[in-house]
Design a protein around this ligand. Structure first.
Ligand SMILES: Cc1cc2nc3c(=O)[nH]c(=O)nc-3n(C[C@H](O)[C@H](O)[C@H](O)COP(=O)(O)OP(=O)(O)OC[C@H]3O[C@@H](n4cnc5c(N)ncnc54)[C@H](O)[C@@H]3O)c2cc1C
Length: 289
């Protein structure tokens, strides 16, 4: 490829591209610097049947082994244009940064996102959310590259958002940018809400350790963390992967954990919860096998 499709890094470390900071390597990471370069890269990879994936901040992923394909990072697709209450933003833009930026302009809608370490593209893919809000509440439309490598605009309705799901998960679509529709509110109130939630997260989540946030979705009418804690899992380890003592629905990397260690621990918890409570916990994090 020789840099034809943007900056390339060979034999990268998974820990440099994911929030779990797991061990292992990625064969190649490419940073296309324009949509057309991204389309050309996808065309190249598809034609040669080379394995690839798009990576945001890697804040929801568990690489269970070395990745022998191409990881595409959209960090350079990070343009931002704010036109009154409409925010046009590239998929590679940091969601946290955007939440603070819009809050400072008195634009409300992204308060929930100020503690989510995601890219805009990854957050739309996952319909990331918190505090009873989610990306689906603010996305007006999204520009994607479809499986035929055509650019298409999808409206909020077409994106078929659900709880931590979107149409992007059902198709081979890549989000390149989005338009968000925010509302004007008192800037002081927006910033105060963000501050209070940040404090709550710091108090309740083990943010001092590498993790990928909540491991399981909450089952209806209950909390995954409560069930896991009740079964005595807090502090339980598989090598460098440990169930947080602060929040039982977080697995943290306390040493040189591998994705296989994290997976093993997740499966132990899932099996035990099924056995003891007959509840099938749904894993919120994504395994890259
Ligand atoms: C400390 C911590 C707290 C968290 N809190 C929350 C929370 O409150 N709420 C919540 O919902 N999540 C939370 N998460 C999980 C995570 O941040 C979200 O799932 C987020 O949406 C992942 O975004 P990302 O950009 O890192 O995507 P990645 O993890 O890199 O990728 C996730 C998936 O999205 C795909 N993807 C990424 N970018 C694109 C794109 N441009 N087009 C198409 N597909 C793409 C990837 O291929 C992958 O399948 C937390 C994580 C951490 C570490």
């Amino acid at each position: 490829m020789n840099g034809r499709f943007g900056l390339e890094i060979n034999d990268a470390l998974i820990k440099d591209y994911t929030t779990y900071k797991l061990s292992g390597t990625i064969k190649k990471v490419v940073f296309p610097s324009s949509i057309s370069q991204l389309q050309a890269l996808l065309n190249y990879l598809k034609k040669r049947k080379i394995k690839y994936m798009v990576l945001g901040f890697g804040s929801n992923l568990i690489f269970t082994k070395n990745y022998d394909g191409v990881v595409i990072k959209l960090d350079k697709l990070n343009e931002l244009k704010i036109d009154n209450n409409l925010v046009r933003v590239g998929a590679g833009y940091s969601l946290k940064k955007l939440a603070v930026k819009t809050a400072n302009l008195g634009l409300s809608g992204l308060e929930f996102a100020a503690g989510i370490p995601a890219t805009v593209g990854g957050a739309i893919y996952m319909n990331a959310g918190a505090y009873n809000s989610a990306m689906s509440a603010i996305v007006k439309d999204v520009l994607i590259i479809d499986d035929q490598l055509e650019l298409k605009t999808l409206s909020n309705r077409e994106l078929d958002f659900g709880y931590r799901t979107s149409l992007l998960q059902q198709h081979d679509y890549i989000c390149v940018s989005a338009t968000l529709e925010l509302t004007y509110k008192n800037k002081g109130e927006i910033l105060a809400l963000i501050k209070e939630r940040k404090k709550r997260r710091l108090e309740s989540q083990p943010l001092e350790y590498p993790s990928a946030g909540s491991v399981f979705r909450n089952p209806s009418g209950d909390y995954a963390g409560r069930l896991i804690e009740q079964l005595g899992f807090k502090g339980k380890k598989v090598k460098g992967a440990m169930v947080s003592k602060k929040h039982a629905n977080f697995i943290i990397n306390i040493g040189d954990a591998s994705g296989a260690d994290v997976k093993k621990l997740i499966m132990k918890i899932k099996d035990k919860v099924k056995k003891e409570y007959d509840i099938d916990l749904i894993i919120e994090q994504e395994f890259i096998e």
